[in-house]
Design a protein around this ligand. Sequence first.
Ligand code: IPD
Length: 262
Amino acid sequence: MTDVNLTERFEMANAFVKDAAVVALEALASRPKDWTPSFKGPQDYVTATDMAVEKLFRERVAATFGDDVMGEEAGGENNSTCWVIDPIDGTANFARGIPHFCISIAYRVNFQTELGLIYDIVHDELYAARRGEGATLNGKPIATTTLADLGAATVEVGWSPRVPVEQYLAAVGQVLQAGANVKRTGSAALCLAYLAAGRIDGYFEASVFPWDVLAGTLIVEEAGGLVSYDPAVDTALRNSPIMATAPKLAAAMRQALSSTKE
Ligand code: IPD
């Protein structure tokens, strides 16, 4: 893989997210008043826009590089070198008209993510990273916080119906007991983007898929943060836990999440 190829792919993805945003914003604006939710499973939303954006991306890739694509909606082979897209991450927010969702795109080579882009469409915030070149928000460098005290931290604990209620509540309790402010805003990719930009200090979720976190993992690492994420998801495509933090908080977060109730 030459640098030139990565540059061309990065430029294509940058242009794509802006084009796809038009589709998503139009759908948001024309959201019917008598809306009823569509689910893939319990509390697992899907919208026509998720499908439409992923289809557009597949068409764009087919017309340019002809690479493999793995996406949340249409699946695809879990190849070592491919694009990985979550066409709308934060679908539950999008479906309800809550302006906190994004497009998340990663490009990986031999199971190593080389490019990551997360576009917060409504706020026109594009988080991006190329391996080894730092992370940016709308072209300006970003960095995680350097906070060392979990008691002063803001941490997101993500939830999905894949996680048993008791397990989720236990994780929230552990992080609260450690003194952190716990949030849940409904987009794994934006959790990672916010962590990279220093807006939050940590993120934990017991079950995520590669399309939720691959782009964000690179962006956080390039912003100086630490991510522990089971690489087995890359080869076996099964959901795995993720913990991501500002660099000085990893040990405290790990300890908090492994603590048991007295
Ligand atoms: C979900 C969101 C949510 C996270 C879930 C994801 P989707 O992705 O990122 O915040 O907690 O684990 O599945 O369905 O909105 O693309």
